[in-house]
Ligand binder design. Structure first.
Ligand code: PLP
Length: 478
């Protein structure tokens, strides 16, 4: 696609939008300017291609298509069938998966689909058999109660939030921690690394139905062959949530034991993080779960977002291109450069480094909470997010860590030197930030003071990096 085509497509689209609600057109322009002008280090974000973004802005958005390909509850879904089939085909080919379900609207939806598929597939439910044999309307209140009881009280073992797991991996306040009787595994208190023997011991004791692997903030690779051995030993289903590192799997940076697809019964993912697609989710499944996963709608989903499924097909086609492998490798190389840049400047990293796409910086050594560090960095135009670290004394709200990821800036073309400079700028901000005090005079976990001149100095140096690697370089809004 040529630069002038993209520029005129967006210029005209914004004119049309602005003729109805100019403030939305303005906010859209401003968002582009903000994204262009800041160092985006949020590990779960990226910059999708213009082709992916444009695909989402079409009339597919207007179509209802509950059901599955060729089996819809609405008429006139032939084009949605084309889109959904293509997205699923690209996903199967890209990941070498027997089955792909591309309808989930987000990562959380994908996990819910996977959980309910496992329950439907693995839990013996005489009441459910009755339910399927009869018209649902004929089920008595007692039948429903029996069914709820049969499906309830199943066990799930997932990685704890402060070790790097996700809310949906059994965290109490999330529905996954309520619908399952849950326990969590952590990481080794000394090294911060996953201890497979400890996971196995916990699994033997707890005997979960579902063993969840995958993470949001663990800066290391996982051996999924070992996780499968643990699951098999205790008769559990292995579900891997690769939302964060799907791009590294797609780009063949994670292969063999580090590729979850051949080892897990079910793999869930988002499509918008390192995979660089539209916001959305996806489930990859072994054949034995395919029919249950297909019941995502009506089990937990409503009508699929056809325009997003179309964009998933475009993004997955992009990820099948050889250039995506180079991109994925660069994500991992850049994370190494970022980690090395911090370690050279005496910063402390959880696990001492990284071998995936993210780095978890312990900001307590700067005398700050994650919340203070996140805010001071934002003042200097560095966009990060605060994150718990193992056994975090500041809990999940204030935290003691900052999570930094390389996928987005790698898309802009940043390499080793730029990421070393990013580490320097972050250390500059944090070492010039002082924790504040509360009104009562005690230590505050939120307020802070950034020394005069630092934000401007860092912004000027960031601007040099950003100007060298512009976002959507050919896109000029008229
Ligand atoms: N799973 C993991 C591991 C994640 O990191 C996230 C998002 O941060 C999700 C699931 C949820 O994705 P979404 O925000 O699309 O629901």
């Amino acid at each position: 696609m040529t630069d002038s085509l993209i520029s005129s497509a967006y210029t005209q689209a914004l004119e049309v939008i602005g003729s109805v609600e100019p403030r939305i057109a303005d906010a859209t322009r401003q968002e582009l300017a903000d994204q262009r002008g800041s160092l985006k280090l949020i590990a779960s974000e990226n910059y999708a291609s213009p082709a992916v973004l444009l695909t989402m802005g079409t009339w597919f958005s207007d179509k209802y298509a509950e059901g599955t390909v060729g089996h819809r509850f609405y008429a006139g879904c032939q084009n949605v069938d084309t889109v959904e089939s293509l997205a699923a085909e690209h996903a199967r080919e890209l990941f070498g998966a027997p089955y792909a379900y591309v309808q989930p609207h987000s990562g959380i939806d994908a996990n819910l689909v996977a959980f309910w598929s496992i329950l439907a597939n693995k839990v013996e439910t005489p009441a459910l058999e009755k339910h399927q044999a009869k018209n649902v309307n004929e089920l008595s209140e007692a039948d429903w109660e029996e069914l709820r009881h049969e499906l309830g009280n199943q066990r799930l073992l997932g990685m704890s939030l402060d070790a790097g797991g996700h809310l949906t991996h059994g965290f109490r306040p999330n529905i996954s921690g309520k619908m399952f009787h849950q326990q969590q595994y952590g990481t080794d208190p000394e090294t911060g690394l996953l201890d497979y023997d400890a996971v196995a011991a916990k699994a033997r004791e707890f005997r979960p139905l579902v063993l969840v692997a995958g993470y949001s903030a663990y800066p290391r690779r996982v051996n999924f062959a070992k996780m499968r051995e643990i699951a098999d030993e205790v008769g559990a289903v292995l579900m891997v949530d690769m939302a964060h590192f799907a791009g590294l799997v797609a780009g063949k940076v994670f292969t063999g034991d580090e590729d979850p697809v051949p080892h897990a019964h079910l793999v869930t993912t988002t499509t918008h993080k390192s995979l660089r697609g539209p916001r959305g989710g996806m489930v990859l499944a072994q054949e034995e779960f395919a029919a249950d996963v297909d019941r995502g709608c009506p089990m937990v989903l409503g009508g699929p977002l056809s325009h997003v499924m179309a964009a998933k097909a475009v993004a997955l086609a992009e990820a099948r291109h050889s250039s995506f492998r180079a991109y994925a490798q660069q994500i991992a190389d850049n994370a190494q450069s970022l980690a090395a840049g911090f370690l050279e400047r005496d910063a402390r990293l959880v696990t001492g480094g990284t071998d995936n796409h993210l780095v978890l910086l312990d900001v307590s050594t700067f005398g700050l909470t994650g919340r203070q560090a996140e805010s001071a960095l934002l003042d200097a135009g560095v966009v990060t997010n605060r994150n718990s670290i193992p056994a975090d004394p500041n809990g999940a709200w204030y935290t003691s860590g900052i999570r930094l990821g390389t996928p987005a800036l790698t898309t802009r073309g940043f390499g080793h030197d730029e990421f070393d400079k990013v580490a320097e700028l972050i250390v500059d901000v944090l070492s010039n930030t002082e924790a504040g005090t509360t009104k009562a005079g005690g230590p505050s976990k939120a307020s802070y003071t950034l020394a005069d001149g630092v934000a401007d100095r860092v912004k000027a140096q960031s601007a040099e990096l950003l100007d060298k690697h512009p976002l959507y370089p050919g896109l000029v809004l008229g």
